[in-house]
Design a binder for this molecule. Sequence first.
Ligand SMILES: Nc1ncnc2c1ncn2[C@@H]1O[C@H](COP(=O)(O)OP(=O)(O)OP(=O)(O)O)[C@@H](O)[C@H]1O
Length: 293
Amino acid sequence: MLDASELVKRFGPVRALDGFDLVVSAGEVCGLVGHNGAGKTTFARIACGLDRPDSGRVLVAGAEAGGWAAQSRIGWAPQEPALYPTATARENLRLFGGLAGLRRARLRTEIAEVAAAMGLEGLLDRPVGHLSGGQQRRVQTATALLHRPPVLLLDEPTVGADPETRQALLAVVRARALEGAAVCYTTHYLPELIELDATLAVVSGGRVIARGTRQELLTGLPGRAVLTFDGPAPGGGGAEALVIASALPAEAAAEVLATLGPDARRLRGVDITQPTLDDLYRHIASGELDRAA
Ligand SMILES: Nc1ncnc2c1ncn2[C@@H]1O[C@H](COP(=O)(O)OP(=O)(O)OP(=O)(O)O)[C@@H](O)[C@H]1O
């Protein structure tokens, strides 16, 4: 659905992309992660047709990036809001929807649906320049979703979002993937990708250096679940806490909880420590991950 191959992009002496390959399938959420300056935004700009690569190509639902067909098949929410500040949120959505080819009743319906899904209803008639940073970001994300494109590129859409908004946004992303969209989701926050059931693509030095499922890439990372009990923990050798070391600690804890039986009544707390993206980068840098892209 989204297919980038051998992308190279230089800015003077900087090789922002240096042999960047990435395929994201229909229905997949791919977490695009990497340090600042790794090349994620440069890739997104090329996929959206805002920049041209020096070499290589991107196909967006079969169409060459940069052309009109590709542009109508992709929705991009950049990091920095790019909206008209004096126009209202609704006017911005009408404009972006119109540019994507939506008209009249369909445009109204899509604006109403996306506004409801993202909790924007109360903000629609306020000038975007009067909205908070988090609210503006939400409007920006809505512009990417409006025309239901088969490919979505979302660049850190939850930055500045309150917990409720964050949950709403993740729900919309999940729903769009279930409907068949290929979603490329940039974040510096690993738990979000776990919630989205995303695959991972780790970008470094302008290329994808590791690509796979969470299971493939996270195995071996430090994470833990601590289950505390009233009295001795089952199988805990007399201690009141059962400590499970796992790269996917929530899943590991759920497995143990399902086997507790009557001991479940003595459970007092579950504390999950998820591995971070920094743990993943260190893991890759140390060469422990043998599955490279
Ligand atoms: N227009 C430009 N002119 C010069 N250098 C640029 C330009 N755009 C990007 N770069 C450089 O290309 C490299 C990749 O930048 P890019 O913005 O793609 O990284 P990123 O992974 O999106 O980073 P972040 O996580 O900070 O958003 C960086 O070294 C950056 O300084």
